[in-house]
Ligand binder design. Structure first.
Ligand code: SF4
Ligand code: MG
Length: 320
């Protein structure tokens, strides 16, 4: 199917201010030259430790943050620099499901109003009709119709996330960026919410950018997966190839840390030394060289580009 979203050399830097006059003293390179595309109906997972730039990537794509450089093409249209009413119009097609269903819903607002709000931002609607529509949507995400008249604080975490999902669906978007949508939930309800997202994807013909730090959650959800480290995309492959044969030493370490349910298979766990360096002062050369068990001399000098090592399997590493 055709490409829905095409991200080219995206950079999102935050200025860092310091001193008495709050002068700009540097940049945090939160997203540093990231490229990928997502086809219609596909789920692209994005994994990496916290602070690696996954959320910033998602937010920049939705234009909740301003990109520093690069291009974002949505259905072939360049939305990198659109502003005002054009941005407002473009935003109809993409929505976000947030990590924290507690913080992202207004506790003082009736659930019906929370879900209707995005629609009313765009359209004048008949009140009765809209109410029916919202109730149908609430039922579809697994909530009772009466939820319409209640307040967000009256619901459990999993139910609140269902409200958040209903709100994201209200405008019938094409792309949903789900940023750690289950990581604040109890493990027992995580898979229910994930399965709901999968059902809705088929029913509403949705495309997902699915962000998570949990590799088993991403594996469950994604067709293809991108691995981020320190603002860089270091590996990109199909779900199967990534778990079967991770190429980048960072991905290999992440995957080796997944608990193996079958104890007959003993995997060698690769333990990484040290912390992730500061994105304000990233290492020269390969961003991973300070922790890489395979590092060679050239790794501190040369930054490896993301390269197609096998068909459809990309890695940014000088070993290939
Ligand atoms: Fe490790 Fe060098 Fe590959 Fe970077 S380029 S991941 S330091 S081997
Ligand atoms: Mg995050």
């Amino acid at each position: 199917r055709e490409v829905l979203l095409d991200v080219q050399n995206l950079k999102t830097y935050y200025p860092v201010t310091g001193g008495f006059f709050k002068r700009v003293v540097g940049n945090v390179k939160a997203v540093d030259d990231v490229s990928f595309s997502i086809r219609k109906g596909e789920t692209l997972g994005l994994v990496g430790e916290s602070g690696c730039g996954k959320s910033t990537t998602g937010r920049t794509i939705l234009r909740l943050l301003k990109p520093t450089d690069g291009k974002i093409l949505f259905e072939g249209k360049d939305i990198t620099k659109v502003t005002g009413s054009k941005l407002q119009k473009a935003r109809r097609d993409f929505q976000m499901v947030f990590q924290d269903p507690y913080a992202s819903l207004n506790p003082m607002q009736m659930v019906g109003d929370i879900v209707a709000e995005p629609i009313l931002n765009y359209e004048k609607r008949n009140k009765k009709e809209l109410e029916q529509e919202i109730k149908a949507l609430l039922t579809r995400v697994g909530l009772p119709e009466e939820a319409y008249y209640k307040y967000a604080h009256e619901f459990s975490g999993g139910q609140r996330q269902r409200i958040g999902i209903a709100r994201a669906l209200a405008l019938n978007p094409k792309l949903i960026v789900a940023d750690e949508p289950v990581s604040a939930l109890d493990v027992s309800v995580q898979s229910q919410v994930l399965n709901l997202l999968k059902e809705l994807q088929i029913e509403f013909d949705l495309t997902y950018l699915f962000i998570a730090h949990d590799l088993s959650v991403v594996k469950h959800m994604s067709d293809r997966i991108g691995v981020m480290y320190l603002g860089n995309l270091v590996e990109l492959a199909s779900n199967r190839d990534l778990y079967r044969e991770p190429l980048h030493p960072y991905t290999q370490a992440l995957i080796s840390a997944i608990p193996e349910p079958n104890t007959a298979i003993k995997k060698e766990r690769i333990v990484l030394e040290g912390d992730v360096p500061s994105p304000q002062n990233p290492p020269t050369g390969c961003p991973f060289h300070t922790r890489c068990p395979m590092a060679m001399e050239a790794c501190s000098k040369e930054k490896p580009p993301l390269k197609e090592v096998r068909p459809g399997h990309f890695a940014a590493c000088l070993l290939y």
